[in-house]
Structures are given as C-alpha cells and as structure tokens.
Design a protein around this ligand. Structure first.
Ligand code: GDP
Ligand code: MN
Length: 399
C-alpha cells in the first residue's frame, strides 16, 4: 500500500526526521490560510498523488505570495496529473500539501528497500539528489553508497555516520544526518515498510538535514499489525478495479489488452499471460482467485473481470492442488447460468478431480470452449477473441 507524501512526512517526523513546516489543504482558500499560518515569504504547493515525478509534470509550485498560493491551488485541485511514472491514466489531485519554502544548499538521495537476496534492509544513498535513482545509477554510479543492515541489531549509529561522511557532509551536518538516517530506518522497520524514498534529502543553508519529499510503501500482508497505517489508505489513488477486488478478498491486476484471465496463483498468472502473448493476444487483466475457490468466489471473479469493458474473451486457467476442479467447474457453470457474460469463455482445468470438472462443464450445455493444456487454452482464447471481434465488427458494418 502506498501513502501520500504528507502522511509519510508525518510518520517520519514522529521518528525524529526533520521536515519543513507544512499543512494540508482541500481548497484554494484553505491553501492560502495554511500559507499564512506557516508564515515566511516562500511556499511550495504540492499535489498529493500516489506517483513520483510531480515536479516535472507541474505538480509542485513555488509561490511568493498568498495570492500565488491560492492560484496554484486553484489550478492543481481536481486536475489529472500525468507524470512519467503515473501511467497515461494519471492521478486526480484531491489534496494539496502546503509547505514553507526552505533554502536548499544541497540535494541528496536516500532510499531504503528490502533486498530479497540478502534478506536485509538495504540503504541506498547518493550525493546527487533531485534526479531519479535510475538516472543516478546510469550517470553518476560512483556517487551511490549502499549499506545493508544486520536485522538482529538494526541500523547502528556508526553506519549512519559512515553514510553521512560518504555523502560528503561536513562535521557540522553529521548529527542532523544521523538523526534522519536512524529515524528513517526505525520507521521503515517498525511499520513494516517495503520502500522508503527521500528524494531529495536536503542540507539547508544553516546545516540542517531535512526530508523535502517522502514516499513510503507498506507490506499489505503486515497492515493488520498497523491499523493506524492501514487508515492512511486513499482509495481515490488506486485503480478502482483493483480496489473493488481487494475489498472482496481477490487479487486483481488491471492491464490494457483484451483477454481477461481468471487463474489461481501468481505464478500461473504469469505463465498464462506469457502464453497469451505468445499466441498473439494481450491480457486485459488477471484475477487470482487463490486457493479455496468456492463457486461463489468464481462467480465474483466473473463479475469483476467483466466490469472491465475492454474484456472481449475470458480465459479461466486453474491448476487445482488444494483446490478442486469440480468446484471450480461448478462455479463457472453457476456464474454463467446466472449472468451470461456476452464474450467467449475458455476453460482449462488440471489437477485434483479434473475428470469430474470437465464432465460438469460438458454436461452444462453452456457454450464454454474447453482446453486441456495451457498452450491450447491460450491459442483458443486468442482465436475466440479475434473471431468474436470480427463478428462484432461485421454486425456494426451490417447495421
Ligand atoms: P517529485 O517531483 O514528485 O519527486 O516532488 P518533490 O517533492 O521531490 O519536488 C520536486 C522538486 O521541487 C524538488 O526536487 C525541489 O527541487 C523542489 N522543491 C520542493 N520543495 C522545495 C522547497 O521548499 N524549496 C525549494 N527551493 N525547492 C523545493
Ligand atoms: Mn521527489
């Protein structure tokens, strides 16, 4: 789960990381009022959206008067911000964060990630802030410092000092940098984050080290341990199809093709998508119905997949281990009998009770296209989709 910049900064501040003075606004008037409360002569109006690259897309505006703050807020609120990271659909700006401007002496990069290979938290830092880490890695690889943290003892002060020195900070700036590094690490570790990025981490003209931006992602499977974090979820920033599925205990990933995929297990989902592409199609999405797929769950899955108007064929690919093919088949039949989907349905079943499952599909009398192998299923799905698209096209021509 992602959270907004202002929420990440609130969390980090609790862990002792310095951040500029700031407040949230939902309207231009409120934005101007916030600026007055904050004081000073320079403010930054920042669009709160779950994506990076806001600065380059016009989502971060420097303002020199309350009127400018009001105008910037008016322009940003309700706008669809498309950045190079947001995807073409962009993200709607519903909230603004108003911050007091700070005098930046230096911009640094700081990131915390989970390194799955070493099973440790890895700190990635660079003296070249402001750019994205991919750009830094390509253009200034020597500026990158990486330190992995021993999980049993956590980040040690000496490690934080080492990183601070490696970033070229002066002795007068080290303590403030150590506070930021240790605070970030503790927040990351205690709250089960999977990613924390401060870009830029800045050094101010009076030697303070501050988080000017903050991005935080949490482990969904650990959210039950952190109800206060779970509450920060902003559904307006998520793909509505994925939110709808999550709320029903299904795992859904929206894509841009035409073939909807109902599968069990993420690995099988990947394989199914590969085979569809190999057969010349593009997946519209994949929906993982998980282990214990009751007929009700399968029915919900059909409903969800067909909510996507791009779907022109549905491929059901189930490998039943814990699951049972006869239950899944029962679910498919019940779902289609109750509400026909209007597009070709291709079903491939394998594993436990597969014979019974196939019999149920055959006996149903429904126009289900059956396949025995994954390759066959993908080919038939692509063929059925093309066929269907053609007939739909012809109907339009004839009409
Ligand atoms: P991002 O583009 O989504 O990563 O948004 P950031 O929060 O990183 O802001 C983009 C850029 O705006 C930063 O790299 C800074 O250069 C600039 N910026 C943000 N806040 C301030 C500020 O308080 N003072 C000044 N001078 N620049 C700022
Ligand atoms: Mn940034």
């Amino acid at each position: 789960m992602d959270i907004h910049e202002y929420q990440a900064k609130e969390i980090l501040a609790r862990f002792g990381v310095a951040t500029p003075k700031g407040a949230l606004a939902y309207s231009p008037e409120q934005a101007a009022y916030r600026a007055r409360e904050i004081g000073g002569k320079l403010w930054v109006v920042k669009a709160q959206v779950h994506t990076g690259g806001r600065g380059k897309a016009g989502g971060v505006k420097l303002c020199r008067s309350e009127d400018e703050v009001m105008d910037a807020a008016d322009e940003l609120l309700g706008k669809k911000l498309v950045t190079h990271q947001s995807g073409p659909a962009g993200k709607i700006v519903g909230r603004l964060y108003i911050e007091g401007g700070v005098a930046i002496a230096k911009e640094l990069y700081l990131g915390f990630v989970l390194d799955r290979k070493s099973e440790r938290v890895m700190v990635v830092a660079s003296s070249e802030g402001g750019m994205e880490i991919e750009e830094i890695a390509a253009e200034k690889p020597d500026s990158i410092v990486k330190v992995s943290v021993e999980p049993a003892v956590g980040m040690q002060a000496f490690q934080a000092r080492e990183i601070a020195f490696a970033l070229g900070l002066k002795p007068s700036q080290i303590q403030s940098a150590v506070n930021a590094l240790m605070g970030c690490y503790r927040a990351f570790e205690e709250l089960d984050a999977t990613m924390l990025e401060i870009n830029p981490l800045i050094v101010t003209e009076d030697d303070h080290v501050m988080a000017l931006d903050a991005k935080m992602t949490f482990d969904d499977n650990a959210l039950f341990r952190h109800p206060a974090v779970a509450e920060l979820r902003d559904k307006s920033q998520e793909d509505p199809r994925e939110t709808h599925a999550n709320d029903r205990g299904l795992s859904y990933v929206g894509l841009t093709g035409k073939i909807g995929c109902i599968v069990n297990g993420a690995g099988l989902a990947m394989a199914t998508m590969d085979m569809i592409k190999l057969a010349g199609g593009e997946p519209a999405n994949f929906l993982d119905i998980g282990g214990g797929a009751t007929p009700e769950r399968v029915a919900k899955a059909f409903k969800l997949v067909t909510m996507d108007k791009n779907v022109e064929a549905i491929l059901v690919n189930i490998f039943a281990g814990i699951n049972r093919c006869d239950w899944v088949a029962e679910g498919v039949v019940q779902a289609l009998e109750k509400s026909p989907v209007g597009v070709p349905v291709i079903v491939r079943l394998a594993g436990t009770h597969v014979e019974e499952g196939r019999r149920i599909l055959a006996r149903s009398g429904l126009p289900i296209i059956r396949a025995n192998t994954l390759a066959e299923a993908a080919e038939r799905a692509v063929a059925a989709w093309k066929n269907n698209a053609n007939t739909v096209g012809l109907k339009v021509v004839n009409a």
